[in-house]
Design a protein around this ligand. Sequence first.
Ligand code: XMP
Length: 326
Amino acid sequence: MDNNKRPENMERITTAALAEQFIQEQVKEIQNQVGDKKVLLALSGGVDSSVVAALLIRAIGQQLVCVHVNHGLLRKGEPEQVVEVFRNQMKANLIYVDAVDRFLDKLQGVAEPEQKRKIIGAEFIRVFEEEARKQEGIRFLAQGTIYPDILESGPVKAHHNVGGLPEDLQFELVEPLRLLYKDEVRVVGDALGLPAGMVYRQPFPGPGLGVRCLGAITRDRLEAVRESDAILREEFAKNGLEGKVWQYFTLIPDFKSVGVRDNKRADEWPVIIRAVNTKDAMTATVEDVPFALLQHITNRIVNEVKGVNRVCYDLTPKPTGTIEWE
Ligand code: XMP
């Protein structure tokens, strides 16, 4: 039997009861596979790696070693939430790596989008490798691979693979979600007791805010994109758009325009809001956000986010625009 092919008669996991059944089967399977050995997991805090972590904590507890790499490109509050949920609440064995300076130093002056992605990916592997080497007796590597990653359908780039580790760090894989679709992963995450904000989170690219801080990343613009994104998310949540809109975020270009602040002309950055709906990310339509809400968000961003004097709303569907700007 092909372990990576979803059996045609496999029931879709849509209820808590079905999720519980899946969890119990997987717990047994993981325990059989792993025995008393240690398992390493790169825990980003995204839906898939979080659900894998919670499942493995249930199955093997302290034999799981989670590594959370804070590369400085996560959304506001995310690294803190990973520590709170997994270390404080679930009592996981969690290694938190503050690699912010390392990533930002490597990215300094790099403007080309694919080059930025390569640097972020390569540096991530390097940090993860260093942490893996510090651990004794790791035999397995857990990954949040899900069925669409295996099918390689759609342009949502596979980001679960910690491939690229050197030869002597090739561990046996543990991929308990590999036959599940995203909606099923969420139901399982719910059943495992993960917070809704983590389980029903919108898609977020692996290179994170790195591709939303256009051109060469600077710390001040990165902070501006993080803060404006937090305001957008807060307002969408308050106004019933969280969970309704497929993906929404802000981005910041690498140019300034003139404006007025404190009765003086001042050159500051614009922030652009993107809010789209899609089924498969191949095409997308723009959310019809109420104008008054856009005005309210604009007011908050220009008043609360340092260095930003304009807000624009991107009205472009995909095609011709892609969802991200770079
Ligand atoms: P585009 O911009 O191609 O985005 O219309 C389609 C979906 O893919 C996400 N995306 C990425 N995800 N690494 C990722 O893990 C990336 O480099 C990347 N680039 C785009 C994007 O957020 C959207 O959901």
